[in-house]
Design a binder for this molecule. Structure first.
Ligand code: C5P
Length: 209
């Protein structure tokens, strides 16, 4: 069974995808890490995230088995990730490994922006997880403060909105919900409530396969 989980930053899609993967005993891929690792590669070499040749070369070097999640979660890397992610050459370089992950025997759970639209349009269950910008910014702020990193709400919100705009307005694989996806607005749900709703939907999709 393939489960596609798409949605904007800090919508709760990563937590949800991990829990679904744990529940069904499926491997999970956070595809945002691939774009973050690409951006990290460009920045580490002193390059420009909008330089298509440099970014595509960095994407080709990404090793999904060796991703330093803690480092890649930095906000400067997130912003640069959404710049490299707009480049078709980068998306092409990362396509095969994501498709292969999704279509491995037994299936998988992937979360990102284009799982249901590009990576696995044949997914058995498609979820589009969202929340209001204010709720997402507050969650991100709490996460940063919980890590002892000083942050200001207005800055966090501004960065989220900038990333939303780039991810939704780009020509190549923009963030969008497919018609058959469950739209799960987590603005007023806690993690358990979001999981219960997603699980009910996936179980239903699974039984009608
Ligand atoms: O999900 P996360 O916030 O880690 O993703 C970082 C960036 O990578 C996003 O802002 C988006 O631009 C890009 N991305 C993408 N397609 C995906 C996953 C992430 O374009 N499937």
């Amino acid at each position: 069974m393939i489960i596609a989980v798409d949605g904007p930053a800090a919508s709760g899609k990563g937590t949800l995808a991990r829990r679904l993967a744990g529940h069904f005993g499926l491997p999970h891929l956070d595809t945002g890490l691939l774009y973050r690792a690409t951006a990290d590669g460009v920045l580490a070499a002193g390059g420009d995230p909008e330089d298509a040749a440099a970014a595509a070369a960095a994407a080709a070097r990404v090793d999904p088995g060796r991703l330093d999640t803690a480092r890649l979660k930095r906000d400067d890397i997130a912003q640069a990730a959404s710049r490299v992610a707009a480049l078709p050459a980068v998306r092409r370089a990362l396509l095969d490994l994501q498709r292969a992950f999704a279509h491995q025997p037994g299936g998988a759970v992937l979360d990102g922006r284009d799982i249901a639209t590009v990576i696995a349009p044949d997914a058995d269950a498609k979820l589009f997880v969202t929340a209001t910008p204010a709720v997402r910014a507050t969650r991100r702020l709490n996460e940063l403060q919980g890590q002892g990193r000083p942050a200001i709400y207005a800055d966090v919100l501004r960065d989220l909105l900038a990333r939303d705009a780039r991810d939704s307005q780009r020509a190549s694989a923009p963030l969008t919900a497919v018609e058959t996806a469950l739209i799960l607005d987590t603005s007023s749900l806690n993690a358990d409530e979001a999981f219960d709703r997603a699980l009910a939907f996936v179980v239903c999709a699974q039984s009608s396969r």
